[in-house]
Design a protein around this ligand. Structure first.
Ligand code: MN
Ligand code: MN
Length: 370
C-alpha cells in the first residue's frame, strides 16, 4: 500500500479501517472505456464531463475512434478549446480560423493538436484500421455531444436563407440532413492532402499540430520519463499543458500539487494507484486501469504509483493552464532548515540526513534515485 494518512479530526472515518474517507472526498475516477459509447457505424465517442464525474469541473475528456473515412463532422465548440492526442492509427484534421485561413494536418500516434475555442474543425480517419484519440477540453461542463455541428445548424435554417447565403437554389439544398450527422462516413481520404475549394492556401500563422512523442522527454530517469507540451513548445496551445508520464514497474510520481491548474488523467496502459488529499483530513485512494480517467482539483495533494512489479504504466495528463507549475514534496522539504523540519515533525537528525536534497519527481521501486 502506498502513502496513507489518517485524519486527527475525523475519528469516525479514521476508525473505519478504510483508507478512503469517502464521505468527505467524492469519487475522482471514472471508467471511461467501460461506458456506453455514442456509436454511428464503427465510429464511437465516449465522454467524461461533470455529468459522469461531478468533481471534474475544470476539464472534460473524450475517447473517440474513427474508422477509415469516418469523419467527426464540421463543428465548433462555444465553451472550450480542444486538445487531441492520437493513441493509435492516423487521422486528418482541417481547421479554419476567424480570418478565414485554414490548415490541414495528418496525425499519427503520439501527435497532438490544439484548436482554440470557437474555431471550426473536422477530423477524419485515414486508415489503415481504426484511429483512436483522446480529446481534452479546458472546461468540465463541455459536452462533445452538445457541440455546434454544421448539419444541426443548417438543417434547422430556412432553405430560403441558405439559398440566399450560398447562391444556390432551394432545390439544390433539398438533401441537406435535417438532423445532426455528428459522424459522417466517406471513403478513405486521398493520401495527398487536397487544397480548400477556394483554391490556394492561406496558412494559419501558427500551426495546430505538434509531434509530442517525437520529442525527447523533458525528464528521464531509471524510474520513468515524462514528455511535456505547453505553449513554449507549441505556441498556439495557450490554455492547456499536457504530459505523457511513463512509470517503470513500482515507480512513484511523488507527492505534489499544482498551484495553477486542475489535472485530468487518462491511463494509456498499466495499473496505477492515485492518492488524493483535499485538506481537513479528507483523503482518498483510487486504483485506475487502462482506459480509466482521474481528476485532481487544483491545489489538491496527490501521487501516482505504478502498481505492477513487472509492467510499465503510461498516463496521459492534461492541465487547464498554459503556465504549468508543480510543487513537489521533496523540494518543499529540502527548502527548509533542519530545525524547522525537526520542530514540525519531531524528526531527529538521523532521519533528516536521509531526506532528499534535490527533487525526486519520480521515485523508483526502491525509493528515490540517488
Ligand atoms: Mn471538436
Ligand atoms: Mn499532478
Amino acid at each position: 500500500m502506498s502513502a496513507e494518512t489518517k485524519s486527527n479530526e475525523s475519528a469516525s472515518h479514521a476508525s473505519s479501517g478504510q483508507n478512503n474517507h469517502e464521505g468527505e472526498l467524492p469519487a475522482y475516477t471514472y471508467a471511461l472505456e467501460a461506458a456506453e459509447a455514442k456509436t454511428i457505424g464503427k465510429n464511437t465517442a465516449r465522454e467524461a464531463t461533470v455529468v459522469e464525474l461531478p468533481i471534474s469541473v475544470g476539464l472534460a475528456g473524450v475517447s473517440m475512434r474513427l474508422e477509415p473515412g469516418g469523419m467527426r463532422e464540421l463543428h465548433w465548440h462555444a465553451t472550450a478549446a480542444e486538445w487531441g492526442f492520437v493513441v493509435e492509427g492516423n487521422c486528418r484534421t482541417t481547421l479554419v480560423d476567424p480570418q478565414g485561413r485554414s490548415e490541414t494536418n495528418d496525425f499519427g500516434p503520439g501527435d497532438v493538436w490544439y484548436f482554440p475555442k470557437g474555431h471550426p474543425h473536422s477530423i477524419q480517419g485515414l486508415g489503415p484500421g481504426i484511429c483512436h484519440f483522446i480529446l481534452i477540453f479546458d472546461n468540465g461542463y463541455f459536452s462533445e455531444f452538445g457541440t455546434f455541428s454544421i448539419t444541426d445548424w443548417l438543417g434547422h435554417t430556412p432553405k430560403s436563407i441558405l439559398a440566399k447565403n450560398l447562391g444556390c437554389t432551394e432545390g439544390d439544398l433539398e438533401n441537406i440532413p435535417d438532423h445532426e450527422v455528428y459522424f459522417a462516413q466517406g471513403p478513405v481520404p486521398p493520401a495527398v492532402q487536397a487544397p480548400p475549394i477556394r483554391g490556394g492556401l492561406l496558412d494559419c500563422p501558427q500551426t495546430h499540430k505538434f509531434r509530442m512523442l517525437a520529442q525527447e522527454p523533458h525528464l528521464s530517469t531509471p524510474a520513468g520519463r515524462e514528455y511535456l507540451v505547453d505553449s513554449s513548445f507549441f505556441p498556439i496551445q495557450t490554455t492547456i499543458t499536457a504530459v505523457v508520464l511513463e512509470l517503470e514497474p513500482g515507480a512513484l510520481r511523488e507527492l505534489h500539487w499544482h498551484p495553477t491548474a486542475d489535472e485530468w488523467q487518462y491511463v494509456l496502459s498499466g495499473n496505477v494507484q492515485d492518492t488524493l488529499f483535499g485538506s481537513h483530513g479528507r483523503y482518498r485512494i483510487e486504483n485506475l486501469k487502462k482506459g480509466d480517467v482521474g481528476y485532481i482539483p487544483m491545489g489538491y495533494g496527490h501521487s501516482i504509483e505504478n502498481l505492477s512489479d513487472t509492467e510499465p504504466a503510461r498516463v496521459l495528463i492534461g492541465f487547464n493552464t498554459g503556465k504549468y507549475a508543480t510543487v513537489n514534496l521533496s523540494n518543499w522539504l529540502a527548502g527548509n532548515p533542519e530545525y524547522v523540519l525537526s520542530d514540525n515533525f519531531g524528526w531527529n537528525s538521523e532521519v533528516i540526513k536521509k531526506l532528499p536534497r534535490s527533487e525526486v519527481f519520480l521515485a523508483g521501486k526502491g525509493g528515490p534515485i540517488r
